[in-house]
Design a protein. Sequence first.
Lengths: 88, 402
Amino acid sequence: MSDSVKDRVIAIIAEQAVLEPSDVKMDSTLEDLGIDSLGLVESIFAIEEAFDIQVPFNANDPSESEFDISSVAAIVRAVEGLVADQNA
Amino acid sequence: MRRVVITGQGTINALGHNVPATLAAFREGRCGIGEIDIRDVERLSIRIGGQVRGYEPEEHFNRQQIALYDRFTQFTLMAAREAIAQSGLDFCGELSHEAGVVLGTSGGGMTTLDENYRSVYEEGKNRVHPFVVPKLMNNAAASHVSMTYNLRGPSFTVATACASSNHAMGQAFHLIRSGISRVIVTGGSESMLCFGGIKAWEGLRVMSRDACRPFSANRNGMVQGEGAAVFVFEEYDHARARGAEILAEVVGFAMTADASDIVMPSRQGAARAIAGALRDAKLAPTDVGYINAHGTGTAANDKTECAAVADVFGAHADRLMISSTKSMHGHLIGGTGAVELLACIMALKDGVIAPTIGYEEPDPECMLDVVPNEAREAQVDVVLSNAFAFGGLNAVLALRRA
């Protein structure tokens, strides 16, 4: 895979937000990007499919999940961690 | 009690993607049934249906909408768009708080179920898309109509198999007649032409492999269809006050249960529903000029329905017209009564009776005027729409010329 985890996560988020990847900034929050709760679970599904990982995310209480969704950078870091665990 | 009129109609079905195209097909006696084009069709023994053709979701909905809308919801929204546009209604303020949406469907999001069962059972995947539940639930279509048009009053979905739409429209009629609401968007939708949907019907061995020929002695079963029809039911004074075009008036409705068999129809149950609708509308049997039959093309339904009509109408049964438009659009299951109401309104408004096509041989047990093969011009003042569901649940609507 040539693209970095970061580029692929940004592509998924951009598609969900109907934006160009270049418009998705690392410090953006999902709220800034107009992604609602359904959009979030759809993004997580797309991330799980793309990286073949299990994302520990419970939509009942996103803030209590181990998966940090507070910004694009946090999501990228969390996915990088899950991918590293997978390969370990 | 308030009077209830119809001020908008919309549809998409095998005969056309809107009302004018569908009514043109009714007038021409055109058949919308043909070979179906779906995944794994080669594993089906039944390969015909009234499939909606030339329909591309991308032309009507954006990517995010398509991700959330099962085919039955898409059909509903297409039909609702046409119906509400015709009505000229804009739902805001007080009206939006009482206006609702009552729709019929039997299977709900069958395509979504089918695709995701394949994914987990056949392909062995352990993860499904997060929208599976909101797509497949039976009330998804009603909810999306509510959200799209700001309908905030009584809204729900009715599921009584092949009578779903008639039961739904009957509830809409009651909600307006009783004064609970001035406007209800109503009708029904079905999209069961997927591998699992057809395979299930094959199991019953009541499906025809070649054509739907209601009332014809050589009939050999039903043919499935798909699509939707949606209507705007409105309180008469409200419609008059805003100068809306009134397509027809809904004057009566009755429901009965056979309480006898899960699949075989009952002459008495059907007759009680027909007679009940007339009584509710305060009409005499002789007032009725046309009946849109349930007319599925099965041996059991058609002879039972003719016997029930003979019981209720006596000598007048030989003077009224009764046709089954399922011969053209197929049996839309939970959406069928809604598409068939289009033929009822056409009879009242345009004086054209849609035919029973595919009629080849008289059946001594179905000797009514079934308007064989060609549409007929005739002025009628009152029509009935019959629906007799599996499970013995019957629903009959009575409509009068505006």
